[in-house]
Design a binder for this molecule. Sequence first.
Ligand code: AMP
Ligand code: MG
Length: 399
Amino acid sequence: MSNFGKNTMLNFDDAFEIVMSSARRLGAERVGIENALNRILAEDVISDIDLPPFNKSAMDGFACRRVDLTNELTVIETIAAGLPPKKTIGQNQCAKIMTGAVVPAGADCVIMVEYTEKVGRNKNRFTADETDDNICLKGEDVKKGDVVLRAGCKIAAQHIAVLATVGCIKPLVSLQPKVGVIATGNELVEPAFKPAPGQIRNSNGFQLAAHVINAAAIATNYGIAADTKEATDAKIKKAIAQNDVVILSGGVSEGDYDIVKNILKENNVKLLFEKVAVKPGRPMVFGICNEAFCFGLPGNPVSTFVMFELLVKPFLYKMMGHDFKPAVSYRQLEKSIKRKKIERDSWMPAKFKENNKVAKIEYHGSAHINALCGADGLICIPAGVAEIKKGDSVAVRQI
Ligand code: AMP
Ligand code: MG
């Protein structure tokens, strides 16, 4: 594994590669289907039955033979969902049938009740010119033995439905990374307090815990570490001992009180990089200590957000075997964006507009977390590029 010098600013792709190739795959556990939402499936799931399990009526109506559609039909039984039919449909016969019921032998279509009329006791006539079959054929969706869900999928409501359908009530899911979050900074107070002059509230601790939970991992908030060796060291030691991953915010730049990198090193954390060519987010530390991984994110809340999104989130998912791909929407830029310094990828908040357009929203820089609340996503001017022109197609990474 490469070890880059303190002053090397990695391009994003190199940093991403280092982070992702370091990820350690966690084990797995079985959970009840009721607790499986948002977890990552750890094995392929196979169907134990055909779906549909039988030829099933898609409509309320009458099951009959297509060749008899122009004739009067005699109703020979009524078939409700849940009970198999007793009779076979013969010439000029039909069975009244409900949606979801088993189509009787002999029938090859179901005519909708809306397109029939009664023409005598137990006699019916088809009133339309044509009809679909209205039969869902046994096994047309899934065959017994088919893989219905793949390992690595993040379980959403539709996957829960499929698990239930195939009787997988205790799916095997990846263990969740335990993630400790530490906010550093002498100026920080917890959100319950009114900041005194010079103080600000610790938003990153809560922001990061929220990101971690969204990424299907488990967050523990270790609160604020003052910018002293003792306070920071104590929290780092505790968090490393208790978690798979530790995320620190603040204290990783070049200021007098930016002591996090040194304290990580003193705790045997091998730092693999310390700077990434991303704006906001240049000071960004990643290191490994035995089984634990440490991320030191810059303290400004938008930098914290962007670096979590770009590097930490895919890493946490990889630990669970999930290949995270951001949702990206391609839109036309409403107004040109220019910049002078071009050495970093520059991410900024953007909002969807009418007619498939997108516009950068008012954004004062990396402390302006409120700007993200009105944003649909982030757009990026890649390193080396000075301008994206009005009308250009841009990728909006949805947040
Ligand atoms: P630092 O990375 O420690 O130099 O901090 C950069 C900026 O982010 C400073 O203005 C800090 O006050 C601010 N900041 C640091 N940590 C937090 C936090 N936990 N919540 C909100 N803002 C923070
Ligand atoms: Mg600080």
